[in-house]
Design a protein. Structure first.
Length: 401
């Protein structure tokens, strides 16, 4: 029974880490003085947009159109598509749009991380101020570049834009995903910004060229964004959120469509945790608060999986009545309260709050499905093989104006 108590207590502690990190962030934000931004130069920063693409003929045109129509000086931006082992019309569509296309054929080292590393060797990126990585299945808002430029000077910074859902009104799945996006990028990332803690990286990451030149591209896992976040955090590089810079991706509208994606994300994130937890803890360049926050981010499951774990542990506590049950049970309520507060705030900001709230009627079924996907992901820890997410038609990926 002591072993059971220890196991349940450990699970409860892991679930509590994000809440502990939030508490630390609130304290740090209250005590931290406002950071003065360095003066901007007369010219806006030169941005290099890198678009890694593998057989993206369905969506590449909408992605490039959004980049080309940016309200940003043409001479201060460069767009390059990395056509990685493409066998469809991606290269033709890219060149038809008048965009630089780098063709790569390497059957041994396949996938987005290797394509990015290869492209950075081909391009003189240090002549730019920052490299922005835009997935081919995303579209950027018209003022995306200008919003990133507001954080200038950029050469020694890393910025993460707002990741929105391009099809939030499709069904309950996409509405819940949109609410989660608001929770993450508006609230939790906003709190980290104010506390001086790093935010995780994802689509649209903006890497200052001085940072990239010093660290190189060393993230080659199936979740290269999480790995880059861990590597940069460990090195003491600051990663800030830029919520006004918006990039939108089409959310999977069926459970079958999103299955491989969810398993890959979960397995990739846990793989990064296992590989980098030790070096993060030993790092002498970051604070204890930053270590706790980074470990909390890497170990945290999504809210649906957390809900499933809480219900399971609560059931075991009620059934077994192990020593320490009196404090384990209340501890389980903390992450649920945290997510409820965030979700209510996000629903209130939704353009259609009533419909967003109704979408959560699907949550019980989705929780069971996500728990199964998370268990399946455990069999893929350390896997390097990239599995493609099923695409929908191009018309579903339009950035809100």
């Amino acid at each position: 029974m002591i072993v059971v108590t220890a196991a349940l207590a450990l699970a409860a502690i892991v679930l509590l880490l994000p809440s502990v990190s939030d508490f630390i962030s609130v304290v740090r934000a209250a005590r931290r003085r406002a950071v003065k931004r360095a003066p901007q130069s007369a010219q806006p920063p030169h941005l290099l947009f890198l678009v890694p693409a593998h057989n993206e003929e369905l969506l590449i045109s909408s992605c490039l159109r959004a980049l080309l129509e940016q309200r940003y000086p043409v001479d201060r931006r460069t767009i390059a598509v990395i056509a990685d082992n493409c066998t469809d019309a991606t290269v033709e569509l890219t060149r038809r749009a008048g965009v630089l296309c780098l063709e790569r054929q390497d059957q041994a080292l396949t996938g987005k991380p290797y394509a990015l590393a290869w492209a950075l060797e081909q391009l003189d990126f240090v002549r730019c101020d920052a490299v922005v990585i835009v997935d081919a299945d995303t579209v950027v808002a018209p003022d995306f570049a200008a919003a990133l430029a507001a954080g200038a000077p950029l050469r020694q910074k890393v910025l993460q834009p707002f990741n929105g859902v391009a099809n939030p009104t499709d069904n309950a799945l996409t509405r819940m995903a949109s609410v989660l996006s608001t929770v993450t990028h508006r609230f939790t990332f906003g709190l980290k910004n104010r506390a001086g803690l790093n935010v995780p990286l994802s689509a649209g990451m903006c890497l200052g060229t001085d940072v990239l030149n010093a660290t190189g591209w060393r993230a080659f896992s199936t979740c290269e964004d999480w790995e880059m976040y861990a590597l940069l955090t460990e090195a003491g590089v600051r990663i800030e959120s830029m919520p006004r810079a918006c990039i939108f991706a089409q959310e999977a509208s069926t459970l079958r469509q999103s299955a491989s994606q969810r398993r890959r994300w979960t397995a990739g994130k846990l793989t990064v945790l296992l590989r980098h937890a030790g070096s993060l803890v030993r790092s002498k360049t970051i604070s204890l608060a930053q270590k706790v926050d980074c470990l909390a981010e890497l170990s945290a499951f999504g809210p649906a999986v957390q809900l499933a774990i809480v219900v399971l542990i609560a059931a075991l506590v009620l059934l077994l009545r192990p020593p320490g049950a009196a404090w384990i049970a209340p501890a389980l309520a903390v992450p649920l309260v945290r997510w409820t507060i965030y979700a209510v705030a996000a629903v209130a900001r939704d353009p259609e709050p009533g419909r967003a709230l109704l979408a959560f009627a699907f949550l019980p079924l989705y929780t069971v499905w996500r728990a199964g996907a998370a268990l399946a992901a455990l069999t893929r820890l350390g896997e390097q093989r990239w599995i493609r997410t099923e695409r929908a038609a191009e018309s579903g990926s339009r950035a809100p104006s």
